[in-house]
Design a protein around this ligand. Structure first.
Ligand SMILES: [Zn+2]
Ligand SMILES: [Zn+2]
Length: 436
């Protein structure tokens, strides 16, 4: 009888502790300490963001950025590696031993844009600007490092803070970005079990926008050349007009999107450049079309280039011309791992309240965070940075883009809780890795 009572008592206790039934929220004392540390370091992180904003550097050239970040991370007592994938910085925070390792990633690069915000802390590096908010990402992730380094006796396992160069693409002829980070084993030693990331978003500051599955698209590049035959502009019957071939191609390509694919699985095909012809009275023998294809599924990613090529073949042969076609798969889609999303979304909702966490449709822009998500389960969200009181808000990559810095402490809070809860989730899942 005594044994049975003891059994019931311990069973009830285990239920109270059962993370899958009752969520993973940190205990009250830790939650209070997180808030206190955000209050303590928040203003410093806004200051860091301004310093980064004043000194933006282009992809694979983030030298001063890396120095600033690595010195801060070292002062927190983290194990810091520099020179990863060029200018990348990776810092490991060890909690109590024998737990899993999870990672968070921020991108470091700025864009070749001349800033027009007129802010007192606007870019001092002419023609270069943090117009994609990567300065905010770095401050949020650095803020989480500041908060968590003071709580390392409260969690089991390790957090890897990844600061990655060249998200916007490496300069021509250079390698860089997430794929190179992975090649240089950023997800190993210790092995990363899940990875978190965010991007600022032109919507209400401090709100979160999220969807399970693909949240950003596959982004591919193509070049199609229509080959005709020169003739005098007044004697078209003696040539093959590549301009006419190109005109047919431009319109036919759009019919792939409207007629060739499943309408419930959307895609975008954009021809951004047309180049051809010599002068007004010569039949052009060559027109080049260059563009991008954005898809959410592997089905469309495979099917669309096939349909493009079969149209090119038919259009060219119908008029006695020829074609050349190059299609390159560039960035994969960012996919929010469904199981990780199911486990982590309650953390975000309990922090902000349901009404500040919004569903978002998949976006056809791209992000090289996608590469990490192909190796380990990934969780990627958008953090709103528009000042609700501002009369006008400028989009990402605008020379007037100016995120509301009040989103920074919110980002730090979300990231810290995601990492702490994520560690406990992964420990509970044990050796099992969610299937990709
Ligand atoms: Zn960007
Ligand atoms: Zn970006």
């Amino acid at each position: 009888m005594k044994n049975l009572r003891f059994f019931i008592f311990t069973f009830m206790l285990s239920l109270l502790r059962a993370p899958l039934l009752f969520g993973f929220e940190v205990d009250k004392k830790t939650a209070r300490d997180i808030e206190a540390r955000i209050d303590q370091f928040g203003p410093e992180m806004v200051g860091l963001r301004r310093e980064l904003h004043m000194n933006p550097e282009l992809g694979n050239r983030e030298i001063e950025t890396a120095e600033l970040l690595s010195s801060k991370l070292r002062s927190l007592g983290l194990e810091v590696k520099t020179g990863v994938a060029g200018t990348g910085v990776v810092a490991l925070l060890r909690g109590r031993p024998e737990g899993p390792t999870i990672a968070v990633r921020a991108d470091m690069d700025a864009l070749p844009i001349e800033e027009q915000t007129g802010l007192e802390y606007q870019s001092r590096n002419k023609g270069v600007m943090h117009a994609c908010g990567h300065d905010v990402h770095m401050s949020v992730v650095m803020g989480a490092a500041h908060v968590m380094s003071g709580l390392k006796d409260r969690f089991q396992g390790n957090i890897k803070f990844i600061f990655q160069p060249a998200e916007e693409g490496a300069p021509p002829g250079e390698e860089g970005g997430a794929s190179l980070m992975i090649k240089e084993n950023v997800l190993e030693d210790p092995t990363v079990r899940a990875i978190f990331g965010m991007h600022v978003w032109p919507d209400t500051a401090g709100d979160v926008f999220f969807t399970e599955g693909p949240i950003m698209a596959n982004s591919d590049w193509f070049e199609a050349t229509l080959i005709g035959k020169n003739a005098h502009g007044a004697r078209p019957h003696e040539g093959v007009d590549a301009v006419v071939l190109a005109a047919e191609t431009v319109l036919s390509f759009q019919s792939i999107i409207s007629r060739g694919i499943d309408p419930t699985d959307p895609a975008v095909l954009t021809i951004g450049r047309i180049n051809g012809g010599a002068r007004s009275n010569i039949i052009a023998d060559r027109v080049v079309l260059e563009g991008t294809v954005r898809t959410l599924s592997e089905v469309n990613r495979a099917r669309i280039p096939e349909l493009m090529e079969s149209l090119l073949k038919r259009i060219a042969s119908a008029h006695g011309g020829d074609y050349a076609f190059t299609y390159e798969k560039r960035l994969p889609a960012v996919i929010n791992h469904p199981e990780l999303a199911r486990l982590m979304l309650p953390t975000v909702k309990s922090l902000l309240g349901e009404n500040r966490v919004h569903g978002v449709k998949p976006q056809f822009v791209s992000e090289d965070f996608a590469y990490y998500g192909r190796v380990v389960p990934g969780f990627f969200f958008f953090l709103g940075v528009n000042d609700p009181a501002a009369s006008e808000a400028y989009p990402l990559h605008s020379p007037k883009f100016s995120p509301d810095e009040r989103a920074i402490p919110v980002g730090i809070r979300i990231m810290t809780h995601l990492l702490l809860d994520g560690l406990r989730q992964q420990a509970a899942i044990g050796k099992r890795t969610p299937e990709s």
